[in-house]
Design a protein. Structure first.
Length: 130
């Protein structure tokens, strides 16, 4: 039996995330909208910060960016990873980096965090033309 999903405390999209030697995360350039001069466009870099709790052990998760209006379209980016949460009382923080995200057209896109096939977090990204 698969353990229950973690509780997602944060899903923050930014230009960069810096983690210092003490493990503190500095989230730089948070954005919910991306402006492009023309399409198709390329987002040069995006970092996604996650904070997870209420779980125990190592969980396989997937982060993806999908077209918010066409759920059958292939994800623009997708990365699977293992998140280790030693205790349900602890908070695990993870940062995932993506380079050169190709966006075909303006519109609403969605960052989704999945546990198995279940979407456990969803964050809107608006992509607009200048």
């Amino acid at each position: 039996m698969k353990p229950p999903p973690p509780t997602v405390l944060s899903l923050v999209v930014s230009e960069r995330i810096h983690q210092d030697r003490l493990g503190l995360a500095y989230i730089l350039g948070v954005f919910h909208t991306y402006h492009a001069n023309r399409f198709p466009a390329t987002i040069p870099h995006a970092s996604v910060y996650l904070a997870l709790t209420d779980a125990r052990g190592t969980l396989r998760l997937t982060l993806r960016l999908v077209d918010g209006e066409d759920e059958d379209a292939a994800p623009l980016v997708r990365q699977s990873f293992d998140a280790t949460i030693p205790s349900p009382l602890e908070v695990a923080t993870i940062s995932i980096d993506f380079d050169s995200i190709h966006v075909p057209a303006p519109g609403v896109y969605r960052w989704q965090l999945l546990y198995g096939e279940e979407i456990i977090a969803d964050q809107r990204l608006n992509v607009v033309q200048n």
